[in-house]
Write a protein that binds this ligand. Structure first.
Ligand code: ME8
Length: 520
């Protein structure tokens, strides 16, 4: 069986999850489900990043111990993913003992390789981003220094630190980028990283001594390991690397895909591969740095005060509708504004009008004309060929686009099938066929073709809208195990004794009478 290992960033537990962190997790879940549907053996990892100065400060502000604080917050992430039916195979916490040991082992390995030395760090540090900045990169205003990423004030740090010889791997990384143009995606993000490599890397300070909320160095415990070095190693510690039980590491490493937001690309696409080359381990196959969800152009974040609670949205619109909207409306890779109005528009037009109506109209006719029976007959006409070629073509497009994480276009191809199927009803006019007893077989095939079409649609949408897909299948007597790419073939629908029509899956939202979740 082909393997696929996909990861999300491990989220900082300085604040609660919001729709931004949910976004990456949802996309990872969609990819994991898509790969499973294509019969891959998938390992999907997410988790929480629990060390560092920022988290220590958050705990202090709340007057509780860092451990109590991280336990509480980590659970919020875990529970949210559970309630969102995210299908992660593991959830790593950087305060897990297993992780801590692996980090120590890993750093020791770099040290034995001669890639770690002691030196003095003097420079500017951004606590919210846990990032060291070079003088040339920082923003200056009114005699003060600010983070070029989050625009908050930087702190001057002077410490004796250990350094990792990042500069030693500059050439190896340039070569890696030149030989693997897809290593970092999208291309414009790859080019940004390539430029950084071209302008030359400096060594990286990898320990801190001014606080203790982190993993101590084994042979110099006054130093705690820099939170980013600690965090990146999660991708292999979760697999048991350097422990007695490293079966999963052997099975799944290297990762097929690290999914991240664009602001942490440098850590994943430069520092992490350099660490792995130093440790003589295989590199991840791809890093995809997506854009930001914004509100009125501004990044959604807890500190900007524009964070949206995923639960509120989920409860109001359903998990599937949120997943659909995020993937359909926001071009994956680019920034995109989150708009509840656009969500409602998509809900009404795509989910209620197009998809739900197709299912409901078809099943109502099956009930009315055949008491809920669906039988395949031989009365083919040219219009059926057209329907079938539209299904065929768009299925192919869908797989190709999904393989390249082009979700928006992939969904558009599915909607081509849905829209044409609705048109097929208008063109074949089942209500007229029903009036002519000679046309009974033809009418039966028309309905069969329609059910067969939305059966295939339900498989295609299942990674994105798993609940919707199941509901559709249930109505035609099929089970979850049907949601597999091998079943997206025309004409394999078995005859059905009785469809179960039930309520429409989506009903239009009446905007006039609707209380929106986001009041701005
Ligand atoms: O950076 N739009 O954790 P973090 C889209 N612990 N995605 C967003 C987003 C937004 N507005 N806001 C957050 C860290 N994200 C480190 C990671 S990994 C070894 C360590 C998502 O809690 C996006 O994936 O700040 C982003 O990269 C991540 O959350 C940052 O999460």
């Amino acid at each position: 069986m082909k393997k696929f290992y996909v990861t999300t960033p491990i989220y900082y537990v300085n604040s609660e999850p919001h729709i931004g962190s949910a976004y990456t997790t949802i996309v990872a879940d969609i990819i994991a489900r898509y790969k499973r549907m294509n019969n891959f053996d998938v390992f999907f990892l997410t988790g929480t990043d629990e060390h560092g100065q920022k988290i220590m400060q958050s705990a202090k502000e709340k007057n509780i111990s860092p451990q109590e604080w991280v336990d509480k917050l980590s659970n919020k992430f875990k529970n949210l993913w559970k309630d969102m039916e995210i299908t992660n195979d593991d959830f790593i916490r950087t305060t897990d003992k297993k992780h801590e040991e692996t980090v120590k082992n890993f750093v020791e390995k770099l040290k034995n390789k001669g890639d770690i030395y002691k030196g003095k760090y003097e420079g500017w540090y951004c606590i919210p981003c846990e990032t060291f900045w070079n003088e040339d990169d920082i923003e200056k205003k009114d005699g003060k220094n600010y983070c070029p990423d989050c625009h908050r004030e930087l702190k001057w740090v002077e410490e004796e630190n250990y350094f990792f010889k990042l500069s030693k791997y500059n050439d190896a990384l340039l070569k890696l980028y030149e030989e693997n143009p897809n290593f970092v995606q999208p291309d414009f993000r790859r080019n940004e990283m390539y430029q950084i490599l071209k302008s030359g890397l400096r060594d990286l300070s990898i320990t801190r001594t001014t606080f203790d909320w982190g993993i101590p160095l084994r042979d110099d415990p006054e130093h705690v390991i820099y939170v980013w070095v600690d965090a990146l190693i999660n991708y292999i510690s979760a697999l048991g690397y350097s422990t007695d039980n490293d079966d999963k590491f052997k099975e799944y490493w290297p990762a097929d895909l690290h999914l991240i937001g664009k602001e942490i690309n440098r850590f994943h696409s430069i520092i992490w591969p350099a660490m792995l080359i130093s440790a003589e381990l295989p590199l991840p196959k791809q890093i995809f740095a997506h854009g930001w969800l914004t509100v009125n152009g501004e990044k959604i974040s807890k500190s900007a005060g524009n964070a949206i609670e995923p639960r509120l949205l989920m409860d109001k619109y359903s998990k599937d509708a949120i997943r659909y909207y995020l993937l359909r409306d926001i071009q994956f890779g680019r920034d995109g504004d989150f708009s509840e109005d656009n969500l409602i528009t998509r809900y009404n037009a795509d989910l209620a009008n197009d998809l739900s109506n197709l299912v409901h109209r078809t099943l109502s006719m099956a009930n009315k004309y055949f008491e809920g029976k669906i039988l395949k007959t031989n009365s083919y006409e040219d219009i059926d060929k057209r329907l079938h070629s539209i299904i065929d073509e768009n299925c192919k497009k869908y797989y190709d686009l999904m393989d390249n994480y082009n979700f928006t276009q992939a969904l558009e191809s599915v909607w081509e099938i849905i829209r044409f199927s609705n048109k097929y009803i208008d063109l074949t006019e089942p209500w007229k066929l029903a009036k002519d007893p000679e046309k009974k077989e033809r009418l039966s095939l028309v309905l069969y073709n329609l059910v067969d079409s939305f059966r295939i649609v339900s498989i295609l949408i299942s990674p994105i809208m798993p609940e919707t897909a199941e509901k559709i299948l249930f109505k035609i007597g099929l089970k979850n195990d049907h949601l597999n790419s091998k079943n997206t073939k025309i004409g394999i629908l078995p005859d059905i004794e009785k469809v179960s029509i039930g309520e429409p899956i989506y009903q239009r939202i009446d905007i006039e009478k609707w209380n929106k979740v986001i009041i701005m």
